[in-house]
Design a protein around this ligand. Structure first.
Ligand code: NAD
Ligand code: ZN
Length: 348
């Protein structure tokens, strides 16, 4: 598969990391660090080493897994570790893990000594099709997501299907929701293909197309001034539902489960405010509800959800902004809707 070009770097597919090997063979870097969490250190590092024929000498920086560790305290720990290793500006950081590792590793690399090179090797489906493309790095502050970060591009991204073999089904399904979103906002025939595919045995070509779509959007609007907002379809309500479930449910939702709920609600709003037809709405909600759990939102939760939506950093002039579907495969942004309609969408 041809690499995809983003600005001045490539996203490589199924290469067995050979371009990385070539890069490291040039001895351009003073030191190479691999940043992983304890899960990816155990499950992905052996494959990574095997790809590189066990030739390379790396220092491993390991962190605890999970969103709760994507914070400034862990960054300080990593910056200090780099200092302890005498890392200079010519070192390279390879982020081997899910979105937490690529977001936090990218942030640490883009700020350490005002910026060192980094490479992303995403090991979850979500980080392959979403987090590792587009140059956003960041960390959470007091559980508010991605409050501090940079737009910084990696030197390269490597997508290898073999890393996904150890990923739990629920994590696969979480990333699959972003793939469905990519079809809904930009490519109807891709959406139709996904409907008849099986998320557990995804073929690399489908992952490739998803990344191609995200890449097209972020290349056109790298700093999120306009078009990039279409990637937010399902996320205005989805993020609020995700945060709500985190504090109010016994079982938190994955990101993908929450945005699947968000996509159904926002498809409802799309039929009301844009040109999405009733048939298209029925198709989207039937499909999403056939693979994602329905999340019941009771009436008394509505005010809390609305507050969460109002605190979204993507709002403008205090207004909640939606990206909605004009049809399957076409998305428009900066839509405003009434609170009553948001409420009806949650009941849909
Ligand atoms: P994650 O990194 O927490 O990974 C999920 C879990 O899977 C973790 O426990 C991890 O240790 C484990 N894991 C990773 N790879 C594995 C493998 N191959 N086998 C088994 N287990 C594995 O989370 P995620 O879902 O990958 O990403 C979510 C993060 O990505 C969030 O912090 C979100 O804000 C961020 N994100 C960023 C962007 C962006 O544009 N920068 C876009 C979307 C999401
Ligand atoms: Zn998302």
């Amino acid at each position: 598969m041809e690499p995809i070009k983003n600005a001045d770097h490539f996203i490589y597919f199924e290469t067995g990391l050979s371009p990385l090997k070539e890069l490291l063979d040039q001895n351009k870097y003073s030191k190479v660090f691999v940043f992983a969490d304890t899960n990816t250190a155990e499950l992905c590092l052996p494959t990574f080493r095997a790809f590189l024929d066990d030739l390379e000498d790396f220092d491993i920086i390991e962190t605890d897994p999970g969103e709760e560790n994507k914070n400034i305290d862990f960054c300080i720990g990593i910056w200090k570790t780099l200092l302890d290793f005498d890392a200079d500006r010519k070192c390279l950081m390879i982020n081997l893990g899910g979105g937490v590792i690529t977001d936090m590793g990218g942030f640490v690399a883009s700020t350490y000594k005002r910026g060192i090179d980094f490479i992303n090797i995403p090991t979850t489906l979500l980080s392959q099709v979403d987090a590792s493309v587009g140059g956003k790095t960041g960390i959470d502050i007091d559980n508010v997501k991605n409050m501090v970060g940079t737009f910084s591009l990696p030197q390269a991204v490597f997508i290898e299907n073999s890393f996904l073999t150890t990923l739990p089904k629920r994590e696969l399904l979480s990333g699959f929701a972003e793939m469905i979103k990519h079809g809904l906002i930009k490519d109807k025939s891709y959406y139709e293909r996904l409907k008849i595919s099986n998320y557990e045995t995804l073929i690399p070509e489908e992952i490739y197309r998803s990344i191609e779509i995200k890449n097209e959007v972020v290349t056109e609007d790298p700093l999120e001034k306009g078009l990039r907002k279409i990637l937010n379809f399902g996320h205005t309500i989805g993020h609020a539902v995700e945060s709500y479930a985190l504090t109010n449910s016994k079982k938190p939702l994955t990101h993908g489960e929450a945005i699947a709920v968000g996509m159904v609600c926002e498809a409802y709003l799309s039929a009301k405010y844009c040109n999405l037809t009733e048939d298209e709405l029925a198709d989207i909600s039937k499909y999403l509800l056939s693979i994602y759990p329905k999340y019941k939102i009771v009436d008394k939760s509505f005010d809390t959800l609305l507050e969460l939506m109002q605190s979204d950093k993507k709002n403008e002039d205090g207004h909640i902004m939606f990206s909605l579907l004009d049809e399957i495969g076409k998305c428009v942004f900066n839509c405003r809707v009434t609170n009553d309609d948001i409420k009806s969408s949650l009941a849909y």
